[in-house]
Design a protein around this ligand. Structure first.
Ligand code: 4NP
Length: 156
């Protein structure tokens, strides 16, 4: 089992969007038994909250479900247990490190790391930009590349 944790600041806009999109792709690829997915945040303002209305709306538009998802904080155990800790921006990468030690088998990086010709290096935060469509497009592109990478690397 390969496990993937998406991380952002509030765990209500970007990382739940990534979790839902990635899960949808993993389901389409019939890999649910082999890839486990979750998301978490580094800030505690919105603990136990469902995804932001804007994230819910764009996911619904695209036919992707996010029922039952609620926000939580990153834990020290996550950093040991997860194979991939995929952050949305540089601040997330730095903040995550304050929650514990990164495990030897854990890749810590950003979604943009998986796109070779990326024209972006951070996923803009729609909590501030208000542009959930832009964020969706980048997260969707990143998730496709991440899944390709994981399938190639782990022979799935
Ligand atoms: P996210 O966006 O990190 O993509 O979930 C944010 C959500 C809430 C806050 C900041 C960013 N906040 O400050 O409450």
């Amino acid at each position: 089992m390969i496990n993937v944790l998406f991380v952002c600041l509030g765990n209500i806009c970007r990382s739940p969007m990534a979790e839902a999109i990635f899960r949808d792709r993993v389901e389409s690829a019939k890999l649910t038994d082999q890839i486990q997915i979750d998301s978490a945040g580094t800030g505690s303002w919105h603990l136990n909250h469902p995804p932001h209305q804007g994230t819910q709306k764009i996911l619904k538009q695209k036919g992707i479900g996010c029922e039952g998802m609620v926000s939580r904080l990153v834990t020290a155990a996550d950093l040991q247990d997860y194979h991939y800790v995929i952050c949305m921006d540089d601040r997330n990468v730095n903040d995550v490190k304050t929650f514990g030690t990164i495990g030897e088998g854990t890749f810590l990086g950003k979604l943009s790391d998986f796109i070779t010709d990326a024209t972006w290096s951070e996923v803009p935060d729609p909590y501030y930009t208000g542009d959930f469509d832009e964020t969706y497009e980048l997260v969707s592109e990143g998730c496709a590349s991440l899944l390709t990478h994981i399938r190639e690397k782990h022979g799935l």
